[in-house]
Design a protein around this ligand. Structure first.
Ligand code: SF4
Length: 293
């Protein structure tokens, strides 16, 4: 029942927005039917199961049984990975988790210690906000991380829609006993946005409101309700390692048969970062580049 879902009003409003949005977008930029969505999920997840990188935060999220500790581990990794390369984050993450393995440990650290460990990662406010968040969870939330994307975003300082979605899906992916509107949470970061834009030939600016909403809507439609955390990580991994900005490795891509960019540019090795405008199917041989109608 919708009334039992903590995020129901926002979720309902979002659903209505999505209905209006879907009505205004050409079917060319959407997934055709559930069979296509199922094929996308299956191909992406089986690729991820075979090829996923061995990253310390992934291991931590898989091994940790305590939900608060698991969510904290995912939160730290997501904040460190904002604007920073995976290779750089790995050492920092390992040191951080060794020094402050729990929210309580971080909450009792001094800001000076946090800044010291953060030195070299840049954007120091990220470390400070993490610590403020840990203090809030310990002092005001009984030591328990909020359990939904909506409440994570509402209650934790510096946690936006993307980070909240990542924590909720990766750490609490099994929490699908929640109401239907809350049961699977998608995420759209730069990597996911690029993959979705290419797969559905969306070339308008992904940071614009309309396109951003459309991408969230597509991601929400695609996310696998049985494995939301893995699905979201797989989509990010695909963007980071295969569907790269400059030279996507289309011949190695698990969703190439569903990719409109691939279908239309199959002889072109470098698929542009953005393709075609969001609107009616251009129908011509070449997709317009960014900035063109
Ligand atoms: S086929 Fe190429 S452009 Fe399409 S999603 Fe895969 S890597 Fe990206």
């Amino acid at each position: 029942m919708i009334s039992e879902c903590p995020g129901a009003p926002a979720g309902l409003a979002r659903q209505l927005e999505e209905v209006v949005l879907q009505a205004s977008v050409s079917p060319y930029h959407l997934f055709r039917d559930i069979a296509e969505v199922t094929a996308f999920r299956g191909s992406l997840l089986s690729w991820y199961d075979q090829k996923k990188r061995d990253l310390p935060w992934r291991q931590q999220a898989e091994d940790e049984v305590d939900l608060d500790r698991r969510a904290y581990a995912v939160w730290v990794s997501e904040v460190m990975l904002q604007q920073t390369q995976v290779a750089t984050v790995m050492n920092y993450y390992t040191k951080w988790m060794q020094k402050w393995p729990t929210l309580q440990d971080l909450a009792s650290a001094s800001l000076e210690e946090v800044n010291q460990l953060w030195a070299g990662l840049g954007y120091y406010s990220r470390g400070r906000r993490l610590q403020e968040g840990a203090q809030k969870v310990v002092e005001k939330l009984g030591g328990h991380m909020p359990r939904t994307a909506e409440t994570l975003q509402q209650l934790l300082p510096g946690v936006g829609r993307y980070t909240a979605g990542a924590i909720a899906s990766i750490a609490f992916g099994q929490a699908d006993s929640l109401a239907p509107l809350c049961q699977a949470t998608s995420v759209v970061d730069g990597n996911v946005a690029r993959v979705l834009c290419r797969v559905r030939a969306i070339g308008a600016d992904p940071s614009s409101n309309l396109v951003s909403q459309q991408l969230w809507s597509l991601a929400q439609q695609l996310v696998d309700p049985a494995r939301p955390g893995d699905f979201n990580q797989a989509a990010m991994e695909l963007g980071a390692t295969v569907c790269t900005p400059q030279r996507p490795l289309c011949s190695q891509c698990p969703v190439q048969s569903l990719c409109r960019a691939r279908q239309r540019h199959w002889t072109v090795p470098a698929v542009p970062a953005t393709l075609g405008a969001l609107g009616p199917d251009p129908g011509s041989g070449q997709l317009p580049q960014k900035g063109q109608p």
